[in-house]
Design a protein around this ligand. Structure first.
Ligand SMILES: [Fe+2]
Length: 411
């Protein structure tokens, strides 16, 4: 037997309102779950080379809507280099209303930082004294969270002014009391974002430290090499600097341009295996001596290939003496067979070699070196890279400490 349940009562205004409120709540819960899922995916794919502001740019706009804040800010703090012990604050991301973001950020952090050192500070209904402290009453409510790990503070997350939402109004549209305040739900969601941003900032800082250590070690190694030959002192630094300028201009990402800078520092490291009498011989080299010096790309490759974190510098080190027409060494590669890193380094290397002093000759004038590069474009060097170099000639000369003189083609 089937029992059919029927309702004989019409829905009242009260039950409709309750139903609508429930639907709104379900919708809100779904949005929160969706945002949390997005957050976990970000944790999985967080790249330490991405700056924290970019991570915030992907997470905070939606979070600003979810917590109903007028403004949500990421404020990064950095040690002040000129005044040790002091930090400077910088708004590196702003979601929502931006009209008073920077002003509010500085005043709120300055005023309330002591009360938010280790836990979120939630203020609803600032007293008149607090309101006067913060931008003449523009702030009604706020959440301030520290982004800190151990003793290191990366910055702050700040939500300003809870917005009134339609669903928090009664049937006549009058806002219900207390619903323009931040509560535990909003604090919890901001804490989740703060954990991710802090972890990312911490990992990025560790990565930068590791990179700085690696670059410092490599520079020491290069100094050791260049100490054997006073006339090439600074050559690797200059090649690295010019290569980075070209790389940025041809569209390398910042990360890839920095790796090419590292490759430039290391490009001649194989000369460590070339005998002193060959390396420092003034004048022309005989065939055996030329063979010995032409082994330096492969020696450099062998030295570096056992270091996994330097895997991406190997093509540039090995192939920076290849020529576009296949007459270079060590493998006689042609055209685009030559890795782009190596084609960039070849131009940077040639320009510095031509313009720097050697025991048997003075460095060429920039205009003459530019003429040789232009003539050799298409045979020895990649013409597109030469063109990019010429467009960046002044920056390249500045990196080498050279004075540029006007070329005939310059107007
Ligand atoms: Fe070289």
């Amino acid at each position: 037997m089937t029992t059919v349940l029927t309702s004989t009562t019409e829905p009242t205004a009260g039950t409709a309102s309750t139903f609508n409120a429930l639907m709104e709540q379900i919708s809100q819960d779904f949005e929160e779950l969706s945002w949390l899922r997005n957050l976990t995916q970000r944790i999985e794919h967080c790249d330490v080379c991405t700056d924290t502001a970019s991570v915030a740019g992907e997470l905070l706009p939606q979070l600003c809507e979810l917590v109903g804040a007028e403004t949500l800010l990421l404020i990064e703090s950095a040690q002040n280099a000129s005044q040790p012990g002091e930090c400077s604050l910088r708004v590196s991301h702003c979601s929502g209303e931006a009209r008073y973001a920077a002003e509010v950020a500085h005043e709120v952090v300055t005023t309330f930082a002591d009360r938010a050192q280790s836990r979120p500070l939630v203020l609803n209904g600032l007293n008149s004294e607090e309101q006067q402290l913060v931008t003449n009453g523009q702030v009604r409510s706020l959440i301030l969270l520290p982004l800190a790990r151990h003793d290191h503070r990366f910055g702050w997350l700040l939500a300003v002014n809870r917005r009134l939402r339609n669903r928090h109004a009664d049937e006549a549209g009058v806002p219900l009391p207390g619903l323009d305040e931040f509560g535990t739900v909003e604090v919890g969601m901001l804490q989740s974002a703060a954990v991710l941003l802090t972890t990312h900032a911490h990992n990025a800082a560790l990565f930068r430290e590791k990179e700085e250590l690696l670059v410092g070690t490599i520079k020491s190694l290069v100094r050791t090499l260049e100490a054997r030959d006073a006339y090439t002192r600074g050559h690797s630094d200059r090649v690295a600097a010019i290569a980075r300028i070209i790389a940025r201009e041809v569209g390398y990402s910042n990360e890839r341009a920095e790796r090419l800078h590292l490759t430039g520092l290391l490009h001649d490291i194989g000369k460590i295996g070339v005998p002193d009498q060959v390396l420092n011989k003034p004048g022309r080299l005989d065939d055996d001596e030329r063979d010995a010096i032409q082994q330096h790309p492969e020696i450099g490759y062998e030295i570096l290939r056992s270091i996994p974190s330097l895997e991406d510098v190997l093509p540039g080190v090995l192939h920076h003496h290849e020529c576009l027409d296949g007459t270079g060494y060590p493998h006689g590669l042609c055209g685009e067979e030559i890795p782009l890193d190596a084609r960039i380094l070849a131009v940077a290397d040639a320009f510095d070699a031509m313009t720097s002093d050697r025991p048997y000759r003075s460095g060429m004038q920039v205009s003459r070196a530019v003429g040789i590069l232009t003539e050799g474009a298409g045979q020895q060097w990649d013409p597109e890279i030469v063109a990019v170099f010429l467009s960046q000639r002044e920056a390249a000369c500045a990196a080498c400490g050279l004075v540029t003189e006007p070329l005939e083609t310059d107007v």
